[in-house]
Design a protein around this ligand. Structure first.
Ligand code: ADP
Ligand code: MG
Length: 362
């Protein structure tokens, strides 16, 4: 049993915050703790596994939060990385960086680094691999396939051997990092975006990236598989603050409902109910259902709580940080997944000749 990893990240002040001469809401103590000041000047001390302040590098976030999970997934465990926070707090910047293709190395987010990490960790000495990628978004409580928009209401099922599955979802077999990034970029272009006063291009859906890494041992043909889920959640802000109306208001209510469901699952998991799985309300939303394996189950999970450094956003940041504190108490017990299914040899990833880095074990 291990607790999930919870980190906080504060983005740099934006132009508006700088113009307002914003005093800021945080005072650094060290790499794990800070003092948070709310709008009434009340102070709270928060501690997390790691705090990434505004000068933090994307590479540091990857190394601390995601790299250990990538290594586990290549060793056939399940892993999940979630970004949480209000719109404009830095979730997508952390997850994708500034673009998936042709991004400045320094600005690359978790996704492209995870892709490199996966391919770098493969060990071809005794295994063959098959790597598959799916991308879905949950918009208005419907799961939509981002590689095939005609599949706009994918069901969520549970399989004894594979855990939570999405029957019929497009699974793209990827053979190298460049091809994987191309596919990711195509899926991202399909994301539904709406407009709110907080951020003109804020995302109103939860975006979920699923990597499945199957492996077969050359010696005894044993099969194992690991699943890595990355989740860029929709904004956690309260509806009233966005001034939304009509469709956007409906979107916001649906988002709030699914994030509340996530909060309720976390509360149930941390209120001594572990072991009584039937009492954990995973089925209250599509989001919690898809993340069922990831929360309190068979996965190593990391949560990045993204916050604005501005005093103006203190109430939303406080709510994000409190969410992180609650999540910290969740225990999970990841285990290696042996499977019956065969690797599809015709699509197996193989070591490019002459490139020794690809043969290296993690
Ligand atoms: P969210 O996905 O949470 O709505 P974004 O990731 O889109 O927020 O971030 C909002 C804006 O702030 C974007 O312009 C983004 O590039 C910028 N930003 C966020 N985090 C950082 C950071 N750590 N460093 C530099 N810019 C950032
Ligand atoms: Mg976003």
């Amino acid at each position: 049993m291990s607790n999930i990893t919870v980190c906080a990240r504060f983005r740099p002040s934006n132009t508006q915050e700088k113009q307002n001469n914003d005093s800021g809401c945080i005072r650094c103590i060290d790499t794990e703790s800070f003092i948070f000041k709310d709008e009434k000047d009340e102070e709270f001390v928060f501690s997390f596994d790691r705090v990434f302040y505004e000068k933090s590098e994307q590479a540091d976030v990857y190394q601390f939060l995601a790299l250990p999970i990538v290594r586990d997934v290549v060793d056939a465990l399940n892993g999940t990385v979630i970004t949480y926070g209000q719109t404009g707090a830095g979730k997508t910047y952390s997850m994708e960086g500034l673009g998936i293709l042709e991004c400045d190395e320094q600005k690359k987010g978790l996704l492209p680094r995870v892709v490199e990490g996966i391919f770098d960790s493969l060990n071809f000495e005794d295994k063959i691999y098959s790597i598959k990628l799916s991308m879905v978004e949950i918009y208005m409580e419907k799961v939509r396939d981002l590689f095939d928009l005609s599949k706009d209401n994918i069901q969520i099922k549970e399989s004894k051997s594979r855990g939570i599955i999405l029957p019929g979802v497009t699974e793209i077999t990827v053979l190298d990092p460049a091809e994987t990034l191309q596919s990711l970029s195509r899926g991202i272009a399909n994301r539904a975006v709406g407009e709110t006063q907080m951020n003109v291009a804020s995302s109103r859906s939860h975006c979920i990236y699923i990597f499945t890494i199957q492996q077969e041992f050359s010696s005894d043909k044993r099969m194992r598989s690991g699943k890595l889920i990355l989740v860029d959640l929709a904004g956690s802000e309260k509806v009233e603050k966005t001034g939304a109306e009509g469709r956007v208001l409906e979107e916001a209510k649906t988002i709030n409902k699914s994030l509340s469901a996530l909060g309720n699952v976390i509360n149930s998991l941390t209120c001594g109910l572990q072991g009584k799985a039937s009492h954990i309300p995973y089925r209250d939303s599509k989001l919690t259902r898809i993340l069922q394996d990831a929360l309190g189950g068979n996965a190593r999970t990391a949560l990045l709580c993204c916050c604005s450094p501005s005093a103006l956003n203190a109430p939303e940041s406080l709510s994000t940080l409190r969410f992180g504190v609650r999540a910290k108490h969740i225990k999970a017990s990841p285990r290696v997944n042996y499977s019956e299914e065969k690797c599809d040899n015709s699509f197996s990833v193989s070591s490019p000749s002459g490139d020794t880095s690809f043969g290296a074990s993690s």
